[in-house]
Design a protein around this ligand. Structure first.
Ligand code: NAD
Length: 350
């Protein structure tokens, strides 16, 4: 272990936690000290096989984990005693309940989007409000859908082009690893209230955004798909909208003309690019579907829900620990370590 790196723990080694753990390992300025969980099956056994020190997240979990053959390096308190920051990726509401424990241990805490804004009083998307998280004891990385809204719609607001955004969100039914347990088939389930929670949630990061979202759950397991009608502050061109999006980080452009015509094609592309787990950390905006008519623009993009919050979680660690004060520096470091792209089919790494 290098002593001058940020020492990081991950609590909850599920869909988000295992990806954050690998992303921490990939950072030049971070060391993954260990992971806590309570599962006794293949998920935590995989972490042990991959050489990650495992800790029991609760007192009750230690015995069953040991009985299942999972080597334990200690419990959560032992882990917290060795780190500067923890990323809590436990299921909804557990992270908020853990917060006092993190504060008592003097460990900076990054919660995830299942928790409410009020849990930490600060919600985080690196490009929008990194600086206001500097030195805080905790923040919440907003959900996958909300992160994409802040990145894309926020980029147009930053460029002074956005008057109002109205979006329809088609969400995946469940995550692939647990799709044998539930999910919906051969139907679409509208969320019962308008606005759906994602629009108001985006305002926890960008309070001035004029945004309304309507959402529905669909019968597939990988990635969300958003459709936006945007009222602009003035008549603009296609190129101006693209330039505004290109000026923001973590947005990649894809094209129907390349055969990327549906969610499954992009998912396949990520695997062919040898991405870990086939992950796409960027929001993929369809460049050749984007349409601008006078002061209105229409666009659609794809959100890889299992991965999009991973780079934000990494930047949140740097912001809370105060080791990097400049947002652009942290974002660039994270993105380079992960191998993020602006165009997946160009040989340039930009
Ligand atoms: P998950 O169910 O895949 O993983 C949760 C992990 O936490 C599991 O390994 C589970 O065994 C473990 N766990 C359960 N109780 C625990 C406890 N008391 N202490 C420690 N570990 C415990 O969940 P997820 O999908 O990774 O979601 C985690 C958080 O990330 C939630 O806030 C969720 O809303 C948010 N999020 C999820 C997604 C997604 O696409 N799945 C996207 C963005 C944000």
């Amino acid at each position: 272990m290098t002593t001058n790196t940020i020492r990081v723990a991950v609590n909850g080694y599920g869909v988000i936690g295992k990806r954050v753990a690998d992303a921490v390992t990939a950072q030049p300025d971070m060391t993954l000290i260990g992971v806590a969980d309570l599962a006794t099956d293949w998920r935590t056994k995989t972490a042990a096989v991959n050489g990650i020190p495992m800790f029991a997240a609760t007192g009750q979990a230690a015995g069953p984990m040991r009985d299942a053959g999972i080597p334990l390096a200690g419990d959560l308190d032992d882990l917290l005693g060795q780190v500067d920051a923890v990323v809590d990726a436990t299921p909804k509401n557990i992270g908020a309940a853990n917060l006092d424990r993190y504060r008592t241990a003097g460990v900076k805490a990054v919660l995830q989007g299942g928790e409410s804004h009020t849990a930490t009083g600060h919600s985080f998307v690196a490009q929008a409000n990194y600086t206001s998280a500097l030195g805080r004891d905790a923040t919440r990385v907003v959900s996958c859908n909300t992160t994409s809204i802040v990145r894309v719609i926020g980029a147009l607001a930053d460029a002074g082009l956005l008057a109002a955004a109205r979006g329809v969100l088609i969400r995946r039914a469940t995550d692939p690893w647990e799709s044998h347990l539930g999910g919906i088939m051969n139907t679409i389930v509208p969320e019962p209230t308008i606005p759906s929670h994602q629009g108001p949630d985006a305002k926890t990061v960008l309070p001035d955004l004029d945004v309304v979202t309507i959402a529905a759950k669909a019968a597939h397991t990988q990635t969300h798909n958003h459709y936006w009608t945007l009222r602009l502050t003035r008549p603009a061109t296609h190129d101006e909208i693209i330039a505004a999006l290109a000026a923001a980080p973590r947005i990649a452009f894809i094209r129907m003309a390349d055969g990327l015509v549906a969610l499954n094609t992009t998912v396949e592309l990520m695997k062919d690019l040898h991405r870990p787990r086939g992950d796409m950390w960027e929001v993929a905006v369809w460049e050749d579907v984007l349409t601008v008519e006078g002061d209105e623009a229409y666009l659609t993009y794809q959100v890889y829900n299992e991965a999009i919050v991973v780079p934000e979680s990494i930047d949140a660690i740097r912001a809370l620990t105060g080791t990097v004060e400049d947002p652009a520096t942290s974002i660039a470091r994270t993105d380079e370590a992960l191998g993020m792209r602006r165009d997946f089919l160009s040989r340039s790494t930009d």
